[in-house]
Design a protein around this ligand. Structure first.
Ligand SMILES: C[S@@+](CC[C@H](N)C(=O)[O-])C[C@H]1O[C@@H](n2cnc3c(N)ncnc32)[C@H](O)[C@@H]1O
Length: 269
């Protein structure tokens, strides 16, 4: 399902422990925030993404304009914006805009989807971080082509998603049948690109925290058929229990990088 800022009718703001099905959490609700905080406190994923993206930015030949496509409340935007003269943050969900504006006061906020955004500048970096889960698979290539069109010569588009072999994405695939794979997208695109995988892990001391994070992962995915809570809890207990104690599972990320050729390289074609 494309996320165009409309809220899903099944979205909830507080956990209902009696609910049979896994709940999709309202990103502005207390339960979502708690789940997100539990995730961030239990993983190295955010730190490693920051480290990776900072290195990408350092290697860019120019750092004039950055576009963050699907900025959310501006996590990565905030890390990277100080390296650029100008930052444009695209975010279609009106409920996330106040947080985005607070976290990234210097960014120009565009309340639009990638499909609808009118961009009249060319960027040295276009970032699309953990956004494609929200788009139908059939629209991925068209959205990527649109973002490639926003690049200045020698600019780079970086798309981030969890790796399909990570425990998180395997869980989603096994319990819902949905698989999302940037390698498949890369094979479909007719442009040179590189795909790099950066391992990450979640570790929690309690089953409750592990299940909270697992629910959160399902909230990212465009699912019609959510598992029931008992099935999910059972899966987490069986698959993620760590012999050394607690629960450990991977949340490895893929970084797909597409570079637009420089003017001289385009002339040579
Ligand atoms: C999981 S959040 C990621 C936020 C941020 N990029 C990060 O990594 O922290 C996904 C964001 O993508 C936005 N989104 C969903 N569909 C979109 C679309 N078609 N175009 C642009 N953004 C979209 C959502 O509103 C949400 O804020």
């Amino acid at each position: 399902m494309a996320c165009t800022g409309r809220r899903r009718s099944s979205v909830v703001s507080t956990f209902d422990v009696t609910a049979r099905r896994v709940q999709i959490l309202d990103p502005l609700g207390r339960a979502y925030r708690q789940a997100f905080e539990t995730f961030v406190a239990s993983t190295d994923q955010v730190r490693l993404a920051k480290q990776y993206l900072t290195a990408v930015v350092d290697q860019l030949p120019h750092r004039r304009i950055m576009i963050d496509a699907g900025a959310g409340e501006g996590g990565p935007t905030r890390w990277l914006a100080p390296s650029f003269l100008r930052t444009i943050a695209l975010e279609p969900d009106p409920l996330r805009l106040p947080g985005l504006r607070t976290n990234c006061p210097t960014a120009e906020v565009l309340p639009a989807t990638i499909d609808q955004a009118y961009i009249d500048v060319r960027a040295d970096l276009v970032l699309c971080c953990h956004v494609l889960y929200h788009l139908p698979r059939s629209r991925w290539a068209a959205n990527v082509c649109r973002m490639l069109g926003w690049l200045a010569p020698e600019g780079e588009l970086v798309i981030v998603l969890e790796n399909p072999a990570s425990d998180n994405m395997r869980m989603v695939a096994e319990l819902s049948g949905v698989t999302l794979d940037l390698a498949e997208l890369a094979a479909q695109l007719d442009v040179p690109c590189t795909l790099e995988t950066v391992p990450s892990t979640v570790h929690t001391e309690t089953l409750e925290d592990a299940v909270t994070i697992a629910q959160f992962v399902f909230g990212f995915a465009p699912l019609n058929a959510l598992p029931d809570r008992e099935t999910l809890t059972d899966y987490v207990r069986r698959r993620f229990a760590d012999p050394a104690g607690g629960y450990t599972f991977t949340c490895t990320q893929d970084f797909l990088r597409l570079r637009r050729p420089g003017f001289h390289q385009m002339d040579a074609r």
